[in-house]
Design a protein around this ligand. Structure first.
Ligand code: RP5
Length: 163
């Protein structure tokens, strides 16, 4: 069995899945084992607490939580674990995600949630990979390569602009 830590991708509703597909695909592109669930701070609070309480012993290294509107999911999961929790505020209402951003980011002292941008699906995955890479040299190399590729792409575009 692999000793690689898993990343949990938890979403408040199946309506969040189109955004979360990018998170899942980016994690998988790094070879990170992913487990995906629909759990809600409001509709399935018992399931969310149960999952988070046992996440560390169940082999997870990071939890990513995405929710829209009054987005309490990441905070509730963070309340029940010492694993790092990354929150993705989802644009799901007439407030364009600002509601979810504030609900996710404004955590009280003692229960941090590392909040990415509204619908910031890729950055959540990259941040999770960077957390796991603290203890995984191969993953750290993959991340370094990704940054090099990104730089090369921008430099190439700049050069093209000069022609
Ligand atoms: C949140 O409410 C979910 O995370 C979703 O972003 C939003 C709307 O959910 P649905 O009514 O589409 O299930 O809890």
């Amino acid at each position: 069995m692999s000793d690689k830590k898993k990343v949990a991708v938890i979403m408040g509703s199946d309506s969040d899945l189109p955004v979360l597909k990018n998170t899942i695909n980016t994690l998988k592109s790094f070879g990170i084992p992913v487990e995906t669930h629909i759990m809600s701070a409001h509709r399935t609070p018992a399931q969310a607490c149960e999952f988070s309480s046992h996440a560390r012993e169940n082999g997870f290294g990071v939890i990513i939580a995405a929710a829209g509107k009054a987005a309490h999911l990441a905070g509730v999961l963070a309340a029940h674990t010492t694993l790092p929790v990354i929150g993705i505020p989802i644009k799901a209402s007439t407030l364009d995600g600002l509601d979810a951003l504030l609900s996710t980011v404004q955590m009280p002292k003692g229960i941090p949630v590392a909040t990415v941008a509204i619908d910031g699906a890729d950055n959540a995955a990259i941040l999770a990979a960077q957390m796991l890479a603290i203890a995984d040299e191969e993953l750290a190399q993959q991340l370094a390569q990704m940054k090099e590729n990104m730089t090369a792409e921008v430099v190439a575009k700049d050069q093209k602009l000069q022609q």
